[in-house]
Write a protein that binds this ligand. Structure first.
Ligand code: F6P
Length: 323
């Protein structure tokens, strides 16, 4: 291993910079040249990257986003795009590749590796936490803290106005953010894509727990089977005459901001471990974390399976709901 390339791809997540910093510094420690590629696979296709130094990663651990930039590259899904991408790696004599992102990022790396026999390691970087083989993805914890801060604020206005709020959080296909933030913010109900939403039951729940209370908070994952927060509000509204209903979409504020201690720690440990794995000639793996332990999983398995949230959280939220 003389030169290791790395990129961030898909949606950015807080802690990606901590991972980049750890990759660069670990490479330099082992006299390996770290080669950063800009804007994910799109930058690889367009031949944009550079050898990185300590100075490039000084003072970045505390910043959200990714200093390398990211993209969702449609060109990389074509054989022609991947051919150009590999040519760039080849021209630069890259011996191994580390990708930080979600399922789509891992799928892209796997195809590239199969077509060109290049060693790859994947790091789970997404706020959604929906990656198989890890308890936490880089960025999830920061996103949770951003959401609970927002929900606390929404609760102030909801209580002042005696309102029922539907708060929409990210999670196109996964309810991790919704479930964890509902528990941590003391929300009254939560709607996630992994369970079937029953609108008449929700109406009854709202009527029952709103009785005599100043506010009701319902967290809605954007990908819920009955729709987003506005869709849900529209569906329950005809059955909740006399109630003051509002919705609030938290959107991309969930993806930004300074990473939490947990995200900085796991990103740093995972980034450094990815370099060590390549040095040991390991390939086709994703790095994960279980408790305090770093783990690995076959990248093929991580793509095939989908991380599933613990539905015991849902039961606990129901149990704690005021009757
Ligand atoms: O994949 C992370 C994610 O934050 C999803 O939860 C969300 O649906 C999506 O990205 C939004 O992506 P974009 O910024 O491309 O609209």
């Amino acid at each position: 291993m003389k030169k290791i390339a790395f990129l961030t791809s898909g949606g950015d997540s807080p802690g990606m910079n901590a991972a980049i910093r750890a990759i660069v510094k670990t490479c330099l420690h082992y006299n390996i040249t770290p080669f950063g590629i800009y804007d994910g696979y799109q930058g690889m296709i367009e031949g944009r990257g550079k050898e990185m130094t300590y100075a490039d990663v000084d003072n970045i651990i505390q910043y959200g986003g990714t200093i390398l930039g990211t993209a969702r590259s449609a060109d990389f899904k074509t054989a022609e795009g991947r051919k150009r991408a590999y040519e760039f790696l080849n021209q630069n004599q890259v011996d191994g590749l580390i990708v930080v992102g979600g399922d789509g990022t891992f799928t892209g790396a796997t195809i590239l590796s199969q077509e060109n026999n290049i060693p790859i390691i994947g790091l789970p970087g997404t706020i959604d936490n929906d990656i198989y083989g890890t308890e936490y993805t880089i960025g999830f914890d920061t996103a949770l803290n951003t959401v609970i801060d927002a929900v606390d604020k929404i609760r102030d206005t909801a209580s002042s106005h005696h309102r029922i709020f539907f708060v929409e959080v990210m999670g196109r296909d996964a309810g991790f953010i919704a479930l964890h933030t509902a528990l941590a913010s003391g929300a009254d109900s939560v709607l996630i894509p992994e369970t079937i939403t029953d609108i008449p039951k929700l109406v009854e729940e709202i009527k029952s727990h709103n009785k005599g209370r100043r506010s009701t908070i319902i967290i809605v994952a954007e990908g819920d089977d009955e729709g987003n927060a506005l869709d849900i509000l529209t569906k329950v509204k005809p059955h909740l005459d006399g109630y003051d209903l509002r919705h609030s979409v938290l959107g991309h504020i969930q993806r930004g901001g300074s990473p939490s201690a947990l995200d900085r720690k796991i990103a740093t440990r995972m980034g450094s471990y990815a370099v060590e794995l390549l040095i040991q000639n390991k390939t086709g793996l994703t790095v994960g974390v279980r408790g305090e332990q770093l783990t690995t999983c076959q990248i093929s398995e991580a793509i095939k399976e989908h991380g599933a949230p613990d539905l015991a959280y849902l039961k606990l939220i129901e149990l704690l709901r005021t009757k």
